[in-house]
Ligand binder design. Structure first.
Ligand code: HEM
Length: 501
């Protein structure tokens, strides 16, 4: 339901998520909604239909996002992207920095969006054409009001990080198996506010730069695949050798992601003492990154403990997956971690947000172009990455680069996947149907993604009295007995000692 000026309702979603503008239909929907609301024992606002708003964007906003000018070069510094982003006010959410805008401002922006088709003559809905008859005008009103809802949802995500006030509380309840030692209510007594402290802070972080969500999501994946989700990726190297961070695949992890995690750790420890582990904070931050950029919200099993050691560079490379991997390689590697092909396709959907450096995929462009790659897509990539070693970056999902949705799978079906490991999921018969099913059904993807993340997030976790709860995410606790026994020449910082709370 959308409230516009003068409280005029333009349309309503029925229970199947279909947008209805006919007055009688609207009356029936409204009556049934309020009847249910007041007669039900435990009235709940149905949020399940929210994700279904996104496919509608294909017709409107996605056409803008797909404009030639936008695709001409999708380096994130590209001016065209900046311009299109400004029109939509979603790619640069921090624009004015003034938080959520007033309804009047929003309406003004909608007027601008409405003008776009007339300005470039190749738009979504040709305003001139459609107002020819009254009937057509009301069709247009209906389409625009529907588009408005979607834009508004994107704006809410961009500005406040949350799809809707009420939605924030509505987590998908996932029937996921849980390993011994973890619990759905682990910090209920010791730090009941842990998750809300993290989410509140991340909303602020993402309001300034939504790109950080991708960095945090990837950090959790790189933590879990190497030695299990034990926060080992956060550890600085020591006298015993370089840390995991120095292994090649980790060189492109965002430095800010490490800083954000330690800042969250400080906030949570300030509120509760040293009870919440860094590995749990990484897991929560990854989940919140998904939710706050438009993806599903789901409960997490918690209680991970932080590891005392980090893996070698070789072990790090051996456990992660290179972007050059084909599906056989990918499935074999994931099978060693008890993840199946559905998990492989769902987790790869993490590439619906974030960026990649040219060096991660230019092997598909030079010296010979990968024939499975869409020609226009390849030509655009070449503009940003004119040589193998260009240091630039591109968005991973060209359709909606900062929104967690199912467009990554639409990209794959259009041969616009960035890495071999992405595109081959659609080429390979074993995974092709899974890609298609996620591309046509976003809810199916969201539910599976939540399940696979929970599964990945429990890999080889330390629990109980194993490991420790680090006082500083990047170094082991100096008072840990095994630390004192085995390490003599590591540097122990002031912060490491004093962070005991
Ligand atoms: C399993 C196969 C995977 C491969 C081969 C792979 C590979 C890569 C590569 C090469 C990059 C770009 C790094 C760069 O050049 O900057 C990247 C980025 C990213 N990956 Fe993956 N990845 C995989 C799985 C995952 C999973 C399971 C997730 C999370 C669920 C994930 C989330 C991300 C995100 C969010 C980014 C963007 C990071 C940013 O913007 O800073 N990836 N991945």
């Amino acid at each position: 339901m959308i409230r516009r000026r003068y409280n005029k309702l333009e349309g309503l979603n029925n229970k199947y998520g279909e947008w209805k503008c006919d007055k009688d239909d609207m009356k029936t929907i409204a009556l049934s909604y309020f009847t249910k609301l007041f007669l039900s024992q435990s009235p709940k606002v149905n949020v399940d239909s929210l994700p279904r708003f996104f496919p509608i964007l294909e017709e409107g906003l996605n056409d803008i996002l797909n404009r030639e000018s936008l695709l001409a070069g999708f380096d994130n510094k590209d001016e065209d992207i900046g311009e299109s982003g400004k029109e939509l006010e979603i790619l640069e959410p921090n624009g004015s920095g003034s938080g959520r805008e007033s309804e009047d401002d929003f309406v003004k922006k909608m007027e601008e969006v409405r003008k776009i088709p007339e300005r470039d003559g190749a738009g979504i809905v040709s305003v001139k054409e459609v107002i020819a008859t009254d009937e057509k005008r009301s069709d247009l009103e209906c389409q625009l009001s529907q588009k408005e809802i979607n834009l508004e949802k994107l704006q809410r995500i961009a500005y406040s990080g949350l799809p809707d006030g009420g939605v924030s509380e509505a987590k998908t309840s996932v029937d996921a198996p849980i390993v011994n030692g973890l619990s759905w209510t682990f910090y209920k007594k010791s730090c009941p506010k842990a998750e809300s402290i993290i989410r509140t802070q991340l909303k602020k972080v993402f309001k300034k730069d939504i790109g950080q969500a991708a960095g945090l999501l990837r950090l959790h994946f790189h933590d879990c695949f190497v030695q299990g989700c034990d926060g080992s990726v956060l550890l600085d190297g020591s006298a015993s050798g370089p840390g995991e961070q120095e292994a090649t695949p980790n060189l492109t992890l965002r430095k800010e992601a490490f800083d954000i995690i330690d800042d969250l750790r400080e906030r949570v420890h300030k509120a509760c003492g040293r009870v919440v582990s860094c590995s749990d904070i990484v897991a929560i931050a990854a989940r919140d990154s998904v939710t706050l950029s438009g993806g599903p919200d789901y409960e997490l099993p918690l209680g991970r403990r932080d590891g005392l050691t980090f893996a070698t560079a070789q072990a790090t490379v051996d456990n992660l997956v290179p972007p050059t991997a084909d599906t056989t390689f990918l499935l074999n590697r994931l099978a060693t971690k008890n993840l199946d092909k559905t998990d492989a396709v769902a987790l790869s959907g993490g590439h619906t947000i974030g960026i990649s450096h040219c060096s991660s995929f230019t092997d598909r462009l030079y010296p010979t172009q990968d024939p499975t790659m869409d020609e226009t897509f390849a030509n655009n990539l070449k503009k940003t990455c004119p040589a193998l070693d260009t240091p630039n970056t591109v968005f991973q999902d060209i359709r909606t680069p900062n929104v967690f949705d199912n467009k990554y799978y639409v990209d794959l079906m259009n041969r616009q996947g960035l890495f071999t490991s992405d595109q081959d999921l659609y080429t390979d018969k074993r995974t092709r149907d899974i890609v298609t099913s996620f591309a046509v059904d976003e809810k199916l993807f969201f539910d599976q993604f939540a399940l696979s993340m929970i599964k990945m997030g429990q890999m080889s976790v330390l629990t109980g009295i194993q490991g420790e709860v680090r006082a500083n995410c990047s170094i082991r606790n100096p008072d840990n007995k095994s630390y004192l026994a085995s390490v003599v020449d590591d540097e122990v910082t002031e912060e490491g000692w004093s962070a005991e709370l």
